[in-house]
Design a protein around this ligand. Structure first.
Ligand code: 6PG
Length: 245
């Protein structure tokens, strides 16, 4: 099922995402005392993370049962501004009381991106109690869309598009000339709920290609949870070409 919501601006979009996060976490915790989330990087989710860590929402979430993973990570030190771990830590993790063992970062302190991807995969398998060839079912995966149609660190024409064996894989980010580690398509499409957060007029063209045309040359168009729900939270500027939505 695909749901498209157009919100007036990034603030309203972030508030909507926070409401969904709180509601979903409560339902999952009530059902299984766990809420397994993969956080997106980039700039769009920053306000969502800050809201969840603020007095407005902080006390509405039982952080004891929340487990944070990352949809992708840049293979840089956590101290780098580019680090997606740092994005979540500075805006949310540093402001909530969440058990350290519930935080599952991609280990960018390991010797190579390949070792880091394997280590991350093993942490996911252990955290979900997976047998060798089964897929984790995240309760929520947050994603963004790049102007080139990438999502997580799955870039157009990249080899990782064809990765079906591993849960996470190293990817060379040719634009910034550093490696990244990303969840793979099978994992993302096995999620219970995937939410795209998309904001800004610079995304209007790619939103039309992904949401309306479902242009399969763009990785974001390949996100289609088999049994789960796909929600697009798009602000008015990014929804410029979406008529009658
Ligand atoms: C990353 C993200 C990436 C991001 C898009 C959109 O690590 O950069 O995973 O996929 O979501 O590039 O980024 P913005 O939110 O900054 O537009």
């Amino acid at each position: 099922m695909v749901e498209i919501q157009v919100l007036s601006d990034l603030e309203v979009l972030s508030l909507k995402a926070a409401e969904i996060f709180v509601g979903l976490s409560r339902r999952c915790i009530a059902r299984k005392k766990k809420f397994m989330v993969a956080a997106s990087g980039g700039s769009t989710p920053r306000r969502l993370y800050a809201l969840l860590g603020s007095d407005l929402y902080n006390a509405q979430v039982d952080w004891r049962y929340i487990h944070f993973f990352w949809a992708d990570e840049r293979f840089v030190s956590f101290f780098y501004a580019d680090s997606n771990y740092r994005l979540l830590h500075d805006n949310l993790l540093s402001r909530i009381s969440i058990p350290q063992e519930n935080i599952h970062p991609v280990r960018t302190d390991l010797p190579t991106p390949q070792v880091s991807a394997r280590n991350y995969e093993e942490d996911i398998k252990k955290s979900f109690g997976l047998s060798e060839f089964s897929l984790p079912q995240f309760d929520l995966i947050l994603l963004g869309i790049g102007e080139d149609g990438h999502t997580a660190s799955i870039f157009p024409d990249s080899e990782v598009l064809r990765e079906t064996e591993h849960l996470a894989a190293p990817v060379m980010d040719m634009k910034h000339m550093h490696y990244r580690i990303t969840l793979t398509l099978p994992v993302i499409n096995h999620a219970e709920k995937v939410i795209f957060l998309v904001s800004g007029k610079n995304k209007a063209a790619v939103v039309e290609k992904v949401v309306i045309e479902r242009d399969r040359s763009l990785p974001a168009s390949l996100i289609n949870p088999e049994k789960g729900e796909l929600i697009f939270l798009i602000d008015k500027e990014a929804a410029l070409h979406l008529k009658n939505i």
